[in-house]
Design a protein around this ligand. Structure first.
Ligand SMILES: [Zn+2]
Length: 802
């Protein structure tokens, strides 16, 4: 654990700068309580020594005079109320730090989606920074037993560093993450304490100050323009990542976005870090910070060494924060350990330390009275329990508090990682040995020897995407002899990860209590690439399958839709709500990836009418009927309010009647049924979660391949992505037909979690409703879910082309 004097002196340093917003009575409240325990005694001594320590800091500050302070670049202290940096200020600061400090080396990894530089700062002892290739080699040798001999293992462990990746502010409304990297970098570049020296000597830190630089300006610009208005502190009326919004943290096996690729290609793959600290914020109404352990379930392919080390690190951090006097620290709460979409490191040898600090209103403070604090999953913010031992008494909460909690948590992680460097490296090497063992010692079910991917697939670009995705996640793919199919053996460094993506998930049937409602997962429950992409893959269990040559990295797939890619024969509009929908962003990404031109339309474009003269097809991406109809309300400015409303519904009806095609994805189908008075009923409306539940799973369907909207569909095992989806019953067969329907008996679940599946038997998953001269296509699923469902993309293209 930490030296308490360090913690107190760091706090003193920040108080003197006026950046740390501790509750005014925190000292008087913690001191008497602390005085009753030996630990508290240490804290009391430390408090008494604070002035002497502050002097020591002054002295070290003198010696580091040339190092720029964050305030000298920003014009304010990180954590000052109502102040956020621009991305230019962030990059200016790190460029200045790179110049001034031998402990910091900054690299640009590429340009973001909207053209900003994406940077990383390597932070360590100057001698270590001078030999980064050497340490990268040590990492690779420790990670992969094929690259070392038993004799060199001990010397590699003795020389190696604990490599830590810190990714901040991937979610751009979690604005403390814009500022905490300044505090961490400044402390490491400047500090001369024994603790800081220990961190620098034992670790290599790769600090990504923002995993979404575009969002720093999208949110920052909106926030600055909102200051002093009624909508100060609201979220911007657009996605904060151009394509994905919040889903940018659901891209860690599909790697569709540039920002994901920079971190994977330039940091994860060459370095395979032991620890990843991912800095986030949560809602404002419960605990002040979440730190692992996570809640169940655990993805069964993750090496339990990582679950255990994540738990141990989280508990050490929680211990230190509570000892520093931080209140409202919760563990084993809210967040689970299931989807690889947001936990790349847990599938790649790295402990994942997610921290989630309570939010304010962006950088504007708020008052959170004690009586308003509530429960989160796993604890009650007004009760002391083992996983939430110190109650926060409520009060003012602002950006300074957020930065203080985030910085303390990250510092606690760094100190713990430095102190137990050897332990981390030993278990890291052990994981390498286990991955290459004949069977994975932690699995109780049989592990296939190899997955066989036939080289002949109906959709060659989907096959290429599967190979590209696996290789991009460090999976080795081999050719078979003599037929040249593709083989993915499970005995390889990231064989467990490959297995997780190639097999079907069996999500546990977790209920709140016996007979009670299902326990909502943190995210979705399935990630089976062969079903998502529509590629045929077979698992084989037989020893002695000969591997041919390793397959060189394949090129990224190029998609092509005859009649739409390049110069489209159809004029297509995609509706964009000011109540931003991530599905709308993903839809744009899929269109861009397929090079299909489209026009973005907003509420007033639709409400104005005359749509048939401009467009042949209009897409309503997944969004609730209520949001589509009403849009944004107060306190947003009038120009953004109102949604589609009655004029929008009338204009869409007129568009279809005059021969237009309307495509409504997932929940938007419910809007279309009502707004256009279609002869279709959603049979799941009002059904309780105890009777039917499927929070993000893959279901089998029967596709009517003779229907024109399914004419380009190719997947051998038809699977759709079901997530809070409607399911249809046609009430007038003369005006609507089914394009895809569920089997007449049995459970349609292919991967993930489903309770009450019999309800779907014989019902429609996709409907073609005729209205006047036109058609409305209702999709009771997400046909381009997170850009991953290549299998169902053709159901979009054929409907548009019909
Ligand atoms: Zn987040």
């Amino acid at each position: 654990m930490a030296s308490w004097t360090e913690a107190v002196s760091e706090r003193k340093l920040h108080q003197s700068r006026g950046t740390l917003t501790l509750p005014p009575d925190s000292m008087t409240r913690s001191s008497p309580r602390a005085g009753r325990t030996p630990l508290g005694f240490v804290v009391s001594i430390a408090l008494a020594m604070a002035s002497a320590l502050a002097f020591r800091h002054d002295a070290s500050a003198q010696s580091a005079k040339a190092i720029p302070t964050p305030a000298s670049v920003l014009g304010f202290e990180p954590g000052a109320d109502r102040k956020l940096p621009t991305w230019k200020q962030v990059t200016d600061y790190f460029a200045a730090l790179d110049k001034a400090s031998p402990r910091v080396t900054v690299r640009t990894l590429g340009k973001t989606t909207l053209g900003r530089p994406f940077i990383v700062a390597f932070i360590s002892d100057p001698a270590t920074l001078a030999s980064l290739p050497k340490y990268q080699r040590i990492q690779q040798q420790l990670m992969d037993p094929r690259k070392k001999t038993a004799a060199t293992r001990e010397s590699l462990i003795a020389q190696g560093k604990n490599v830590i990746l810190i990714t901040s502010s991937i979610h751009s409304t979690e604005v403390g993450g814009f500022l905490t990297p300044f505090v961490i970098a400044d402390r490491l570049a400047r500090a001369n304490t024994a603790e800081a020296r220990e961190v620098l000597a034992n670790t290599i830190i790769m600090l990504v100050p923002s995993q979404n630089p575009d969002g720093v300006d999208i949110v920052g610009d909106w926030y600055r323009s909102s200051l002093g208005t009624p909508y100060e502190g609201t979220n911007p009326p657009s996605l904060y990542h151009f394509y994905t919004g919040h889903d940018n943290n659901r891209d860690w096996y599909a790697f569709s976005q540039k920002e994901t690729r920079y971190t994977v290609d330039s940091l994860y793959t060459p370095w395979v870090p032991q620890i990843v600290n991912d800095i986030h914020q949560q809602g404002s109404g419960a605990g002040r910070i979440f730190i692992p352990p996570y809640m169940d379930p655990v993805e069964p392919n993750i090496d339990p060494i990582l679950t255990a080390s994540t738990n141990a690190m989280g508990m050490a951090m929680s211990w230190r924060l509570i000892a520093e006097g931080k209140l409202g620290v919760a563990t084993n709460a809210s967040y689970d350990q299931w989807s690889p979409a947001r936990q790349y490191s847990l599938n790649h040898r790295g402990a994942r330390i997610l921290t989630e600090t309570a939010s304010a209103r962006l950088a504007s403070p708020m008052d959170v009275p004690y009586q308003t604090l509530g429960t989160a999953r796993g604890y009650d913010a007004r009760e002391a329990t083992w996983n939430h031992p110190a109650i926060w008494p409520g009060g003012r909460w602002g950006i300074g508090d957020i930065v203080a909690y985030q910085s303390s948590a990250t510092w606690a992680l760094l100190v713990e990682a430095a102190r137990n460097r050897r332990g981390w490296l030993e278990s890291y090497a052990a994981m390498g040995d286990r991955a290459l063992a004949e069977s994975h010692p932690w699995t109780t079910t049989a592990v296939p020897t190899v997955y066989v991917i036939s080289k002949t697939q109906k959709d060659p670009s989907a096959l290429t995407r599967l190979l590209w995705s696996l290789q991009h996640g460090q999976v080795e793919v081999y050719n078979s002899i003599p037929d040249g199919n593709y083989l993915v053996p499970t005995t390889q460094p990231f064989g467990s990860y490959a297995k997780a993506l190639l097999e079907r998930q069996k999500y546990p049937n977790l209920l709140e209590y016996p007979g009670g409602p299902p326990k909502r997962p943190y995210d979705v429950t399935a990630h089976t690439l062969p079903l998502l992409f529509g590629v045929d893959v077979q698992a084989l269990t037989s020893p002695g399958i000969a591997l041919g040559p390793i397959v060189k990295p394949v090129e990224e797939p190029r998609y092509d839709v005859a009649g739409l890619s390049g110069t489209s024969r159809k004029r297509i509009a995609i509706y964009q709500s000011y109540n931003a929908s991530m599905d709308e962003g993903w839809t744009r990404w899929v269109f861009d990836a397929n090079r299909i031109p489209f026009t973005t339309v907003h509420d007033k474009d639709v409400r104005t009418g005359g749509l048939r003269a401009k467009f042949d097809a209009i897409i309503l991406p997944d969004q609730s009927a209520m949001q589509l109809q009403r849009g944004l309300g107060a306190p947003y400015p009038d120009s953004l309010r109102g949604g589609l409303g009655a004029p929008g519904a009338a204009a869409l009806k007129e568009f279809v009647t005059a021969g237009g095609t309307l495509l409504a994805f997932n929940e938007a189908s419910e809007y279309a049924i009502e707004a256009l008075a279609l002869p279709v009923k959603n049979i799941l409306e009002g059904v309780r979660s105890t009777d039917f539940y499927a929070p993000g799973s893959l279901f089998g369907v029967e596709i009517d391949r003779a229907h024109p909207a399914a004419s380009t569909y190719t997947a051998a095992v038809p699977a759709i992505w079901f997530e809070d989806s409607p399911t249809f019953e046609i009430t007038d067969a003369s005006r609507a037909v089914s394009v895809a329907r569920y089997q007449s008996a049995g459970d349609p679940l292919l991967s993930g979690w489903l309770n009450g599946g019999a309800r779907l038997n014989g019902k429609s998953a996709m409907v073609d409703a005729t209205l006047g001269q036109g058609h409305v296509y209702l999709y009771g699923f997400r046909p381009q879910y997170r850009a991953q469902t290549n299998a169902t993309w053709p159901l979009i293209w054929s409907a548009i082309l019909r």
